[in-house]
Design a binder for this molecule. Sequence first.
Ligand code: SF4
Ligand code: SF4
Length: 279
Amino acid sequence: MRILEILNESGLKFSAMSVSESASVILLTKPYSPYDVGQSKGKTNSGGGKKGGKKGASVSYEQTDSVLFVDAYYEASNALRKCAEQIVLQLNEAGISAKLARLDSYKPLAVYSGLASVGHNNLLFNKYYGSYFALQAVDVQVEIDHSLNEHMQLECFTCGKCSRACPFGALHSGELFVDSCLRKTQGSPKSTTINLLPHHRKVMGNKFLGCDICQSVCPKNAHIKPKQPTPEYKQLFNKQTFISALNSKDKDSLAPYEKYLGKNYLNKEWLKGLIGVSD
Ligand code: SF4
Ligand code: SF4
């Protein structure tokens, strides 16, 4: 089947499932390694988990003035979207109607198709990438045999380390209380009001967007080694360089940052709020 050839040529792991006799959804994955941001253990919290109530060290990111960090997920997600657009183009050229899909949540499809399972930290896990992967869905107007999918699910230990490490007590007994989660508090470019308080900033340290503390402590991610930023990354996200780009009147000053943040996140006011600077 040409569709499987195109997907296999992409080198991406994927799963697919039919949603009708003539339509399917393909879930594409792209793995990534988190940046070596530096973490320190601090005060304890009493998060839940199977051993709910057991105290554990909470974690915060290093405080430095030199390089700022955005979660590496966004770069992977951005790159995956470009791969998916290329796959859609190839499928269309092969006479198969396809387009990028818009889904509110990938979880039900990812679980049902055998791509991943949901851990206690409410994230998807698969046996190759732990929870460090981006997902993109593609709609195709053709039926795909679900039984062709490789089983990639990875079951959570329910060890509770994620709950105990969360500095904001956002995880309890396998449930995410999203309003307490730091990533929710960081907001989005659509609502530029930032509600970050001093205790949030203390945990964020030099990481201005994203929080993967509940991933970094997870034993299912132990095989994923953090990476060092490239010279290009260090140059762009040097704190003073980044602030200059954010304060620049040039409307294209953030163009070099698109690769790391994604086009939709290039909102100067929101980003300034995240790193705590004004004009
Ligand atoms: S740390 Fe990982 S394995 Fe342990 S409960 Fe959390 S998600 Fe599951
Ligand atoms: S992303 Fe951070 S704040 Fe949110 S649940 Fe995980 S550790 Fe807690």
